[in-house]
Design a protein around this ligand. Structure first.
Ligand code: AMP
Ligand code: MN
Ligand code: MN
Ligand code: MN
Length: 281
């Protein structure tokens, strides 16, 4: 079976590799078809398309959109999107603007906790691309406030910690609409990571499906073997297609390396068998 990795990050958001480097690494890992899905931005995709052509690897232009639903942050992938679609671009511009405001707020909070200079440092680490909590995390590790990125998130950047700012991201319904307008397939990312009750999860997935969402990540770099089993059943129950993605961000960040990502279980319907998968290209 072909090896699909449909969730990765480049420098355009919080990954550490350029799109070209990421494609070379995916090739080295044995990936046959790669999607780059940066947070709320499509800036890496044109470089990636050229690099993927040169490397003779299958490429899927994607995005990972930040959503707020029931006071929780949910991530939704758009696969096979047209990056030039005006509706999608207008939507993600709003999120990009909010990221600036949130970064300022995170920095103010860290300053109150006795850690000055975070905004300037996060901007330097983001190299002019969008600012994410990952950039703040790297700054805090650099300054010796925690030993690694995982510890920083635990101690600083999550609810009830000094550098936490609640997200105010896109609506679920509007994000699906932007992805569909851009000809893409909407897929719920890493569902096991959300702090939703079983009831809320069902509610969210029902809305998602009713608004035209088609898939859910069953295999993710942040899913355990039992998460994979659970979401295989969830996908089947909701009639959703299954996706597979490492969520690779480069060497020094969390989650599984693409080389160690399990295959989709046999009884899943892969998202790349959806009737719109090829039509979308
Ligand atoms: P943001 O979208 O700016 O809130 O940043 C979210 C990003 O931070 C995620 O996409 C991950 O790359 C990273 N992240 C979130 N939680 C953790 C964690 N517990 N450990 C490591 N990285 C994390
Ligand atoms: Mn990330
Ligand atoms: Mn995510
Ligand atoms: Mn991701």
């Amino acid at each position: 079976m072909e090896n699909y990795d449909l969730h990765t990050h480049s420098k355009a958001s919080d990954g550490s590799l350029t799109p070209t480097e990421l494609i070379a690494y995916a090739k080295h890992c044995g990936t046959d078809v790669l999607a780059i899905t940066d947070h709320d931005i499509t800036d890496g995709l044109s470089e990636a398309i050229t690099a993927a052509n040169d490397a003779e690897i299958g490429f899927v232009p994607g995005i990972e959109i930040s959503i707020t639903w029931a006071h929780q942050t949910i991530h939704m992938l758009g696969l096979h999107i047209d990056p030039d679609n005006a509706e999608l671009q207008a939507g993600i511009k709003k999120i990009q603007a909010y990221r600036e405001i949130r970064a300022q707020r995170i920095s103010e909070k860290l300053e109150k906790a006795g850690i000055p200079g975070a905004l300037a440092a996060a901007k330097r680490l983001a190299e002019g691309n969008i600012i994410s909590r990952t950039h703040f995390a790297h700054f805090l590790v650099e300054e010796g406030h925690a030993k690694d990125v995982k510890q920083v998130f635990k101690r600083f950047l999550v609810r009830n910690k000094p550098g936490y700012v609640a997200g105010e991201w896109a609506d679920l319904e509007e994000a699906i609409q932007w992805i569909r307008a851009a000809g893409g397939l909407a897929v719920i990312a890493h569902p096991a990571r959300y702090q939703l009750s079983a009831n809320k999860m069902r509610q969210m997935l029902a809305i998602f499906r009713d608004c035209g969402g088609v898939g859910i990540e069953v295999v993710s770099g942040s899913h355990s073997a039992s998460d994979i089993q659970r979401f295989t059943h969830v996908a089947e129950y909701f009639g959703l297609y299954a996706s597979r993605g490492s969520d690779y961000h480069g060497k020094h960040t969390a989650y599984a390396d693409p080389k160690r990502l399990p295959a989709l279980p046999e009884n899943c319907r892969p998202v790349w068998t959806h009737s719109d998968w090829y039509a979308a290209r």
